[in-house]
Design a protein around this ligand. Structure first.
Ligand code: UDP
Ligand code: MG
Length: 316
C-alpha cells in the first residue's frame, strides 16, 4: 500500500533507540502477524536518536518495504515522545504501540485487534508474567505501578505498559494533548471511552540491554505523578499541620516540666535535631514545588515536542 493511497486499517508504532540487534527480527515477526490479518497496515518506526546504526537500518528497511514509514529524530527525545511522534504520523483506524525489543510479543496484536473489533477503543496489554527481568526492575516496577494507582486521580490499570491498541478517536484526542512531560498510559486512561485489558506473558529482550536505566524510570515516575496528582503538594500542607500541632502540644509540657523543676529538656542536641529535621522537611517540600514549577516553565516555553530530521511526507 503506497503512502499516497487510502489510509491503512492498522498502524503499528514502534519507538527505537539503539536496537540494531532487534530490528530485523522485530520487523519480520510483526510483518508475519500483520500479513496474516489480510488488511492494509503500516509500520511506523520512530528512531529516537540512535547512535548504533539503527537509523540507517530503518531507512534501508523503509526503502525496501513501502509499508514502513521512517520517522528519524534529530536527537534522543525519550521513549514517550518517540511514541507520541509515531501516533502523530499514524493514519490507521486503530494504532498499536509496541516495543521494538520483542518483549511485547507481536502475536498478542491479534488479541488486541479482536477486542477492538468487539467495540473497545483502548485495549491495553496486561503483564501476567515477566521473564528475564532483574529483581530490582520487578520491585521498582511494582512499587511504581502501585504508587501511581494510589495517589493519582486517573485510575491507570496495574501492570500495563505502553503496549496497547488505541482507536483513531483516542489517538486524535491524545494528539491534542501536547504536554511535554508525558505519561502516555495515564493520558490514554484520562481520555475515557471503553477500555479493556488482554493478558500476556512479557518476554525477555531479544537482544541488547534495557534503554531504561534507573534515572529514566525515576523521571517517568515523577512525570506520571506530577501529571496526574497534586498529592505531593498536599503533603507539604499535612506536614505543616503536624509540626504546628506538635509544637503547640509541646508548650504546656515544657512549662510544666520547668515548674516542677525537672530540667528534662536540657540541651542543644534536641534543638539542633529539631531544627535540622524541620530544615530537611522544608527543603524537601521546596524541591517538590520545584518539580511542579520546572514543569510549568517547560510548558510555558512552548517548544515543539520533538525535532525530526526525516519523516514521511504527509502531515506536519
Ligand atoms: N526507547 C526509546 N527511547 C529511549 C529509550 C527507549 O525509543 O530513550 C525504546 C526502546 O528502543 C524500546 C522501547 O523504547 O523499543 C522500550 O525500551 P526498553 O525495552 O529499553 O525498556 P524496558 O522494556 O526495559 O522497560
Ligand atoms: Mg524492553
Amino acid at each position: 500500500m503506497s503512502s499516497s493511497g487510502k489510509n491503512p486499517e492498522f498502524s503499528v508504532v514502534a519507538p527505537i533507540f539503539n536496537e540494531i540487534g532487534c530490528l530485523e527480527a522485530f520487523y519480520q515477526q510483526v510483518r508475519q502477524v500483520m500479513e496474516s490479518l489480510k488488511t492494509p497496515w503500516e509500520l511506523i518506526l520512530v528512531d529516537d536518536g540512535s547512535t548504533d546504526g539503527s537509523s540507517e537500518m530503518i531507512q534501508n528497511l523503509a526503502k525496501k518495504d513501502p509499508l514502513i514509514q521512517a520517522v528519524i529524530f534529530a536527537r534522543n527525545f525519550g521513549h514517550q515522545i518517540a511514541v507520541t511522534a509515531g501516533l502523530d504520523y499514524s493514519r490507521g483506524k486503530a494504532v498499536i504501540v509496541i516495543d521494538a525489543d520483542l518483549q511485547d510479543p507481536p502475536e498478542v496484536i491479534v488479541d488486541l485487534i479482536e477486542k477492538w473489533e468487539e467495540g473497545c477503543e483502548v485495549v491495553y496489554a496486561v503483564r501476567r508474567k515477566r521473564e528475564g527481568e532483574s529483581w530490582f526492575k520487578l520491585l521498582t516496577a511494582s512499587i511504581f505501578y502501585r504508587t501511581i494507582y494510589r495517589i493519582t486521580d486517573v485510575k491507570i490499570p496495574l501492570d500495563t505498559g505502553d503496549f496497547r491498541l488505541l482507536d483513531r478517536k483516542v489517538v486524535d484526542v491524545m494528539g491534542k494533548m501536547r504536554e511535554r512531560h508525558r505519561f502516555l498510559r495515564g493520558m490514554a486512561s484520562w481520555v475515557g471511552f471503553r477500555q479493556t485489558g488482554v493478558e500476556y506473558d512479557r518476554k525477555e529482550r531479544f537482544a541488547g540491554k534495557t534503554k531504561y536505566p534507573f534515572s529514566k524510570m525515576l523521571k517517568l515516575a515523577l512525570n506520571a505523578i506530577t501529571s496526574f496528582s497534586y498529592f505531593p503538594l498536599q503533603v507539604a500542607t499535612y506536614l505543616g499541620f503536624i509540626s504546628a500541632a506538635v509544637s503547640i502540644l509541646a508548650i504546656p509540657v515544657v512549662i510544666s516540666l520547668r515548674l516542677s523543676h525537672q530540667a528534662a529538656l536540657l540541651g542543644q542536641a534536641t534543638t539542633l535535631i529539631t531544627v535540622l529535621f524541620l530544615g530537611g522537611v522544608q527543603l524537601i517540600t521546596l524541591g517538590i514545588l520545584g518539580e511542579y514549577i520546572g514543569r510549568i516553565y517547560d510548558e510555558a516555553k512552548g517548544r515543539p515536542l520533538y525535532v525530526v530530521s526525516q519523516a514521511p511526507v504527509r502531515k506536519q
